[in-house]
Design a protein around this ligand. Structure first.
Ligand SMILES: [Zn+2]
Length: 271
C-alpha cells in the first residue's frame, strides 16, 4: 500500500507536474472507489499535499481527496490498463490516472479540511522535531492494544501503515503482539529509534532512487512479504501472525513473544 514514505515521494512530484493544471472532465472505470459525483470534479489544481494517508488536490473551494488504501497509485498519461479506476482529463490535454487494482481506495470531493470518514489523522509527525522519545512514551502510556496496532494508528503517529510497522518492529526487536503499555523504557527508546531510522531511511532511499510515479519501491524491506525467507540478522525463517484483520511479518528469534515472565514460562513448561 502506499505509505508515508511512498506518499512523501509521490506528492511533491504530483505538485510539480500538476500545479496550475485544470481538471476539465473525469470518467470512472471503477465507480466503486467514488465517494462523490464524479461529474462535479472540476477546477484548477492550485496545489497537492499529503493529509495523513491521503493525497489532496486543492482546487479552490473544493478538495479532491484520494485515499489510495492498499494499492492505489497515480500516473500521468499512462496507458488505459485494466487497473484504471478514474481518469481526469486536464485542459492542457494530459490525463491524470488513478489506478487501483483492488478497488479499495476512495475519492472524495469536499470542502477544504472537511472530515473524511475513515481517514485517521492528527498523529505526531514521526520525522518532525517534536517526535522525541518522551513524546512516544507519553503516547504509548495506557495503550492496551498490541504494538503493531498502535504503530498503525494515525491519530497517534503520522508515520506508517502495515508494511513499515513490520519493518519498525523488526528493527526494534519487538514482537508485533506485545502490549504497548507494557513496553519498558528501554524498549520505547528502541522503538523510537527504529521508527525514525526506518521511516526516515525509506523516505531517503525512495527519494534517491526516484522510481516512476506509479511504482512502489519495496525491495529494501527486511521482513514484509518475506515469509519463509531467512532473517537478514539471524537467519531464522520469517513468520506471519494475524493481528486484528492485518498480518504481521516478524522474526521469531529476533522478536520473541515474551509478554512478561509468566507467558514465557508457561510455554516452555508445556513442551
Ligand atoms: Zn532474526
Amino acid at each position: 500500500m502506499p505509505e508515508r514514505p511512498d506518499l512523501d515521494y509521490v506528492v511533491p512530484r504530483l505538485r510539480e507536474a500538476l500545479a496550475g493544471a485544470e481538471i476539465a472532465g473525469a470518467r470512472a472505470r471503477k465507480p466503486v472507489v467514488l465517494r462523490c459525483a464524479i461529474d462535479e470534479v472540476r477546477g484548477r489544481i492550485e496545489g497537492v499535499s499529503r493529509r495523513s494517508a491521503a493525497v489532496v488536490f486543492h482546487c479552490g473551494a473544493r478538495d479532491l481527496v484520494v485515499i489510495p488504501m492498499l494499492a492505489g497509485r497515480f500516473e500521468i498519461d499512462g496507458r488505459d490498463s485494466a487497473d484504471l479506476a478514474v481518469a481526469f482529463t486536464l485542459a492542457d490535454g494530459r490525463v491524470l490516472q488513478y489506478r487501483d487494482d483492488v478497488q479499495m481506495g476512495k475519492l472524495w470531493w469536499t470542502a477544504p479540511g472537511a472530515a473524511i470518514p475513515g481517514l485517521g489523522e492528527g498523529g505526531i509527525d514521526v520525522l518532525g522535531a517534536a517526535f522525541a522519545v518522551e513524546a512516544l512514551s507519553r503516547l504509548a502510556r495506557g495503550r492496551r492494544e498490541q504494538v503493531k496496532v498502535f504503530l498503525m494508528d494515525k491519530t497517534a503517529l503520522d508515520g506508517m501503515g502495515n508494511a513499515y510497522a513490520d519493518e519498525v518492529l523488526w528493527a526494534a526487536k519487538l514482537h508485533p503482539k506485545r502490549t504497548t503499555a507494557r513496553l519498558s523504557p528501554a524498549e520505547i527508546a528502541a522503538l523510537h529509534a527504529a521508527i525514525v531510522e526506518v521511516v526516515g531511511g525509506a523516505t531517503a532511499t525512495i527519494a534517491a532512487r526516484r522510481p516512476a510515479l506509479p511504482e512502489k519501491l519495496r525491495d529494501f524491506l527486511h521482513v514484509r512479504g518475506k515469509k519463509g525467507d531467512p532473517c537478514d540478522r539471524c537467519g531464522q525463517a520469517i513468520r506471519t501472525v494475524g493481528i486484528h484483520g492485518h498480518d504481521a511479518y516478524y522474526c521469531p528469534a529476533c522478536q520473541p513473544d515474551a509478554e512478561g515472565r509468566g507467558f514465557v514460562d508457561w510455554r516452555r513448561a508445556s513442551k
